[in-house]
Design a protein around this ligand. Structure first.
Ligand code: NAP
Length: 482
């Protein structure tokens, strides 16, 4: 593929002034270039912010229902292009076709959801203490929002930031991840065709340290919404708050599933395998720790190994589990596998790159299970971001809960149990922004809030649901005497 995609700035498709491009390779076949995008400079990023700032007031004063109409039309265009977008996602990010289709559908649903919300924005009328007065609040947009997104959900995450930001009347600059920018750019194309005024959305591709830094630090940016690794996100948070901006960061995870003594081992293995190996383990909410009661440990391990070994690994277009997104992500997973073995964990399944014609090239790794893991091992503490599950044996519920909380992260957590009291204690005491009972750690509804605790989040504002609009709005209180 040789076509080059341009940045979208002030309603036009323009080349970077740098003259440089980024090539995106197919992770299932790195010899194949599947996209070419602008490797933009700080000057390009500045131009995008200036275009957004110039467009912000008119968009803010556009009636909410009008804004909603444009989001709805964009959602419909995305729906018409669902198959095409799914193919781009599989080619660039590598996930399995069904997973990619589900993600594209999520983006479509998010646009329709926030299209409705745009008409609901307003405020609250209160009873004044003085006579002859109207006392009320108005919801206003914050201004220019900078959105910085990761590669692992390359259309859903841009959509779940973009749709509420635009619905609330903000102008936006978006920097998608360099590994898989294609589907985020398609959001801009759909919005452009749906009639979004020039400058209200600007998409600039390029490195995080160049484009991202300019977005985070530019004076005209009022709010920064970042999703990505804890390492980068914490730096972005410090820089943005130092610059006086509103900031929201959603970051990494080390998500546990506790398997209680009352659990059915086969059902628990289905839940852990779904959470741990789905999307090649490249979800922030992926289950990477199974914390298992000793009474069901052996049976659970046998069931989990069975699931790991039966997964069909290969190119996402026609296999159950696709590759890792890049060579560096694959290397990082293989490094963790080596670290775990050196620390004394027992390799029970996987642990290698797979063999076979379908996986000859590409960043494939086998679904991997480690047993005999201690909570202090690096495999139990650090985010691996690949299909690797560490199984930790515990002797009672309290120990399981303690181990679940014994990490710096707190994104998603689940428990498999038949005991209602245990389930309720888990809900009360686990340190995670998402808690599930008898369900996998992955999978989110779009109409409820999402965000982490501890190092998984800045804990400032939640995304999605009604709460997803709060980051992009500010209240004005009006005392109107007559
Ligand atoms: P990442 O390396 O932190 O990158 C995220 C975004 O930040 C990318 O667009 C990246 O640009 C940009 N960036 C890099 N350096 C920057 C800088 N100095 N200033 C501003 N922006 C910068 O994360 P990733 O590898 O793409 O994504 C995987 C991580 O995201 C995992 O840790 C995962 O757990 C986390 N995640 C969290 C959630 C959540 O909601 N909690 C959801 C999904 C993923 P480049 O692509 O150009 O480097």
């Amino acid at each position: 593929m040789s076509e080059t995609t341009y940045n979208y700035v002030n309603g036009e498709w323009i080349e970077s002034e740098s003259g440089d491009t980024i090539e995106v390779e197919n992770p299932a076949n790195p010899n194949e270039t599947v996209g070419r995008y602008q490797s933009s400079s700080a000057t390009d990023a500045t131009a995008a912010v200036e275009a957004a700032a110039a467009a912000a007031d008119d968009w803010a004063s556009t009636p909410g229902p009008e804004r909603g109409k444009i989001l709805r039309a964009a959602g419909t265009l995305l729906e018409e292009r669902k198959d095409e977008l799914t193919d781009v996602l599989v080619a660039e990010e590598g996930k399995a076709h069904a997973e990619a289709g589900g993600e594209v559908q999520r983006a479509i649903d998010i646009f329709h959801y926030f299209a409705g919300k745009a008409a609901d924005l307003g405020g609250t009328m209160k009873s004044p203490s003085a006579p002859n007065q109207n006392l009320y609040t108005r919801t206003e947009p914050v201004g220019v929002a900078a959105l910085i997104t990761p590669w692992n959900y390359p259309i859903a995450i841009p959509a779940w930031k973009l749709a509420p930001a635009l619905a609330a009347g903000n102008a936006v600059v978006l920097k998608p991840a360099s590994a898989a920018p294609g589907v985020a750019i398609e959001l801009a194309r759909a919005l452009d065709e749906a009639g979004l005024p020039d400058g209200v959305l600007n998409v600039v591709t390029g490195s995080g340290s160049t484009v991202g830094t300019e977005f985070v630090e530019h004076d005209a940016v009022d709010a920064v919404s970042f999703t990505g690794s804890s390492e980068v996100g914490e730096m972005v948070y410090d820089r943005a708050t130092d610059a006086g901006k509103r900031v929201q960061t959603e970051l990494g995870g080390k998500n546990p599933t506790v398997v209680a003594a009352s659990a059915d081992p086969a059902e628990a293995a289905d839940i852990v395998a779904g959470g741990g190996f789905g999307t090649t383990g490249q979800s922030c909410t992926a289950c990477s720790r199974a914390i298992v009661h000793e009474d069901v440990y052996d049976e659970f391990v046998a069931e989990l190994v069975d699931r790991a070994e039966s997964i069909d690994v290969g190119p996402g277009a026609d296999h159950e589990m696709g590759p890792q997104v890049s060579e560096s992500e694959l290397e990082s997973t293989l490094d963790y596998i080596e670290i775990a073995e050196n620390e004394g964990a027992a390799l029970a399944a996987g642990g290698n790159t797979p063999d076979g014609e379908a996986v000859e090239t590409g960043y494939f790794v086998e679904p991997t299970v480690f047993t005999d893991v201690d909570s202090e091992m690096r495999i139990a503490q650090e985010e691996v971001f690949g299909p690797v599950v560490a199984v930790i044996k515990v002797s009672d519920f309290d120990e399981g809960l303690h181990v679940a909380n014994d990490v710096h992260y707190g994104l998603s957590a689940s428990i498999v149990t038949d005991d209602h009291t245990e389930a309720n204690r888990f809900i009360d005491e686990v340190e995670a922004g998402v808690v599930k009972v008898n369900d996998k750690t992955t999978g989110l509804e779009l109409h409820v809030p999402f965000g982490g605790f501890k190092r998984s989040s800045s804990e400032t504002w939640r995304e999605q649901g009604d709460e997803g609009l709060e980051f992009y709005t500010i209240e004005k209180t009006v005392y109107d005497s007559y």
